[in-house]
Design a protein around this ligand. Structure first.
Ligand code: HEC
Length: 178
């Protein structure tokens, strides 16, 4: 009976080039990873998720420029899942930025140092307006989409819930009293 033949491999001239080939593969996969990050940052080509806001008071048709849910624990909970499904792929899980997009825990940092409560509240309101405008319209610069628009994808309730969640994640928590 014949044994299955396992012809010895011819001595490989490629062997000598292996380290170079391995380096090429490593560089290639690095470039792929980099490319994937750029694609996500540039096009946001991941399907956005609708957010169930049951349990939050509806805010009506008009766009508000101040967060109606600040401090509302239900909004923090809904906003946490809304953020992690829609924003985290760029802004980082739990809002800890990996570097491709701004760290949103710092959104209200400038306000935290303000001693005067009225000034602080005004500062946070300005940031509410800035945040909702950014989320509605996204960010396009020189024709490149850095952040997709979320108007028509997320409800206004979902956007404010996400802001409320971000307030719960502030890098510099605001003082309770002036
Ligand atoms: C595809 C990636 C991507 C997604 C998804 C995304 N963002 Fe952004 N976002 C960016 C980038 C990049 C910037 C900075 C844009 C610039 O430099 O003009 C930004 C900027 C912002 C800013 C302004 C921050 C600042 O300090 O000026 C806010 C607020 C913001 N995003 C909120 C959100 C929220 C909330 C979501 C989810 C509903 C979201 N983003 C989803 C990429 C993204």
């Amino acid at each position: 009976m014949r044994r299955p033949s396992h012809p010895a491999r011819p001595p490989s001239p490629r062997r000598a080039r292996r380290p170079a080939a391995a380096a090429a593969v490593r560089i290639g996969s690095f470039l792929l990873t980099l490319g994937a990050c750029v694609v996500v940052a540039a096009h946001g080509n991941v399907t956005p998720q609708a957010v169930d806001t049951t349990g939050l008071a509806p805010v009506g048709q008009d766009w508000l420029n101040v967060n109606p849910y600040s401090g509302n624990p239900k909004a923090v909970e809904i906003g946490s899942s809304g953020f992690n499904q829609n924003c985290a792929r760029c802004h980082g899980l739990e809002a800890i930025s990996g570097g491709i997009a701004p760290d949103l825990r710092r959104l209200d940092n400038d306000c935290a140092g303000m001693k005067d409560k009225a000034a602080r509240d005004g500062c946070v309101k300005d940031n509410d307006d800035y945040m909702i405008t950014t989320v509605r319209h996204g960010r396009t610069r020189n024709g490149a989409v850095y952040m997709p628009p979320f108007e028509g994808v997320l409800s206004q309730e979902a956007m404010w819930a996400i802001k409320t969640y971000l307030e719960s994640r502030r890098e510099k928590p605001l003082p309770e009293a002036p």
